[in-house]
Design a protein around this ligand. Sequence first.
Ligand code: TYD
Ligand code: MG
Length: 459
Amino acid sequence: MAKEKTVFTCTECGGTSPRWLGKCPACEAWNTLVETVAESSSGAARNRFAPLAGSAAVAVLADIEAAEVARTPTGIDELDRVLGGGIVEGGVVLIGGDPGIGKSTLLLQALDGLQRAQVPTLYVTGEESGAQVALRSRRLGLDHSQVKVLAEIQLEKILATLASSQPAVAVIDSIQTVYSDQLTSAPGSVAQVRECAAHLTRAAKAGGTTVVLVGHVTKEGALAGPRVLEHMVDTVLYFEGDTHSSFRLVRAIKNRFGAVNEIGVFAMTERGLKGVANPSAIFLSQHSEPVPGSCVLVTLEGTRPMLVEIQALVDSGGPSPRRLSVGLERDRLAMLLAVLHRHAGVACMDQDVFVNAVGGVRISEPAADLAVMLAITSSLRGRALPKGFLAFGEVGLAGEVRPAPRGQERLREAAKLGFSVAVVPRANAPKKGSRELEGLTIHPVERIEEAMEVVRGLA
Ligand code: TYD
Ligand code: MG
C-alpha cells in the first residue's frame, strides 16, 4: 500500500494542521491534535469515522422498517447477558480491563463456543504467540478447538485477512498492539489506536463481521485513547473486580444493542472463567457474629439485585484526617460525612474514615448512601448492627432518605437470602399493614435521623 500523507487532526473540532501543535489553530483547545492519515481525494477516508450505516435517501421515520437485530449467543450465559443476548452482525465491541484480569481467557472461551456452533471465528493475537494461545486453550480444556488464530500486529495484514477469510467474529487482542504503517507514531499511541480501531470498525460494518477489540487499561484506569474508542464502537464492556479475589465482573457501560450497566459475574477457576448464575450473595463476607462497621445493602446492577457488604473503619486521624473509599465514590463519601454531622449529629471531623465495598465490586448508584452512613456510625460507636440487617436508600443534602429504583425487587432478594431486618426509604416499603415480607421486617424511614433512631432501637 502506498504511504499516505499524515496530518494532525483536532479531536475537539476536527481542524487540521500539517504539524503537531500544542494548541489547535482552529478552536484553540490544548493537546487535542492527534496524528491521522490525510483524507484522500476519493473521499473514502472522509467516511472513516462514520461507523454506522452508509448513506441513504431521506425517508419518513414511520416508513422505515424497524428490524430487530439478530443475535448469536456465545454460549457463555453471563457474557451474553452483558452483550444484550449475544453478538450482533457487524457490531463492534470494546472490552477493557487490567492486565491479567481474564480478557483473553474469556474471549478464547467465547470464540471456541461460537466455533463449535459452526460460526466462523478468527482470533488475532498481537501480544502472545500462537503457541502461547494454544497453551491457554489446552489449559481451558479446549483440546480440539477449531478457532482460527492469526499472530499479527500490522493493521493492513489484519484487514486483508478479514477480507479474505470472512469470519463472522474476529477478536483483536489487543488493539494497543496493532499498528498501521501509514502512521509514523508508535504502536499504542492514541493516534495509532484511534486510526486502527476506525479501520477495523469500518471493516466490521462492511463485511458484517463482529469485531471485538481488547483494550488495556492504563495506570490511571482509562483505556488508551478512551474517548475516541468509546464513541466509535457499539458496545463497551469493562472487567471489574480485584485480581486477588476469584470473582470477575464484566459491566456494559455502553451498549447500542442492549441495556447499560448490565453485569456478568464470573469466577476464575483452574479451567478458565465460569459464569456465576446466582451471584446475589458472593459479595458478603462471612462473619459468624455481626461486627461493628459492617452494613449490607441491596444494589441493582443492571437487571439483577445483589447483596453487597459495605465496611467502614473510623479511627482517630492526624491533623488532616484521611477519607478513603474503595468501590465507592470518594466525593460522595465526603458529602455523606457532612450530612451525618449536620443532620444526625455524628461527627467524624478528626477521624480517618475508610470505606470499602467487599469483593472489589464498584457501586455507582446513590442507593448505597444509607448503608455507608450506617456502617460509618457503627464503626465510630463500636456497635455492630443486628444480625441479618440491611439498608438501602439515597440520602440527600437535607438529610432526607430518597427511594431507590425497584425497591420491592431488592427487598424480595434480601428476604430470599434470609435477611431479617431492613431499613429502607418509606416509598420503597410495602403498603401499610404489611411491614413483613417472608420473614423480613421492614422499617420505612424518611430522614437519616429517623434511620439512626430505628437502628438504636434494634440494638
Ligand atoms: P488473561 O486472560 O491472560 O488476562 P488478560 O488477557 O486480561 O491480560 O488471564 C490471565 C490470568 O488468569 C492469569 O493470572 C492466570 C489466570 N488463569 C486462571 O486462573 N485459570 C485459567 O484457566 C486461565 C487460562 C488463566
Ligand atoms: Mg491478554
